[in-house]
Design a protein. Sequence first.
Length: 310
Amino acid sequence: MLSALLAKVRWTQRHLLGIRDLSRDEILAVLSVASALKQEKDLGAPLKGRRLLAFFSEASTRTKLSFGIAARALGLEVIDLSPSGSSLTKGETLKDTALTIESMGVRFAVVRHSASGAPHFISRTVRGAVINAGDGANEHPSQALLDLLTMQEALGRTSGLKIALVGDITHSRVARSNLWAHAKLGNEVTLVGPPTLVPREAAALGARITYDLDAVLPEADVVMMLRLQLERQQAGLFPSTMEYHRFWGLTRERFARLKKGAIVMHPGPMNRGLEISAEAADSDRSVILQQVANGVFVRMAVLLLLDQAR
Ligand code: NCD
């Protein structure tokens, strides 16, 4: 059933660099392959004999583990070339990193980097498929895809939804990939946060902007809370963490005002008590752990589709 589906879907991408590059059909292809993978009992290591290299020059828990589990489930050999403990922390240029990756003869390179565009740069040197696992504040495509799969499962659809993206939009590659995805699928996005953390340009992709979380909550089908990315901020972008929580946090009181049937999402890692309260994070409306679980299947689907396109 899986191979019949793979033969049928439309997918032409040689790399996964951003949702920006995908068509609506390609986004839906990932979701249907990922759903089929969830049903599949015996996969039979279809990518055995090939290598996947993980290059994460920024911290990661979920994304890196999830790509590793997905790769091994398909029979890939996983090599970790992440900088801590390697000579890549010693001032090597991105060009040399790309050449190093290339000389290892890999089918896939999964890249996370603090500079926007780093995976795109590497994809010009490396013959294997490059997957962007987060580049600066630009994109994190596999995260948006797992978010969509989770919405599909929880709400039964991936279009015609009202979605609130709440928090530090400026520094969030998750927000940017979600914005592209929802623009292509026809979902209504509202960006909410302090004015200093919600860039006006984001409206170019059709999103509404508001600074008033209370006004948005009773309408939204999906409330996606984003981490306050303190490591990427200069001082002074919001008054204090206490005030941030009061105005833009999903507090217990606010959580009680969600629309019936609405779901709460968060890409992780969460700052509990800051952007999200424990009551909201641990409630039965929360699909945060389902997002993590779906990450593995979405990444398997991406690996299979990219492999097939080569
Ligand atoms: C995100 C990331 O690193 O872009 N986390 C993730 O991959 N699940 C979001 C974040 O760091 O806040």
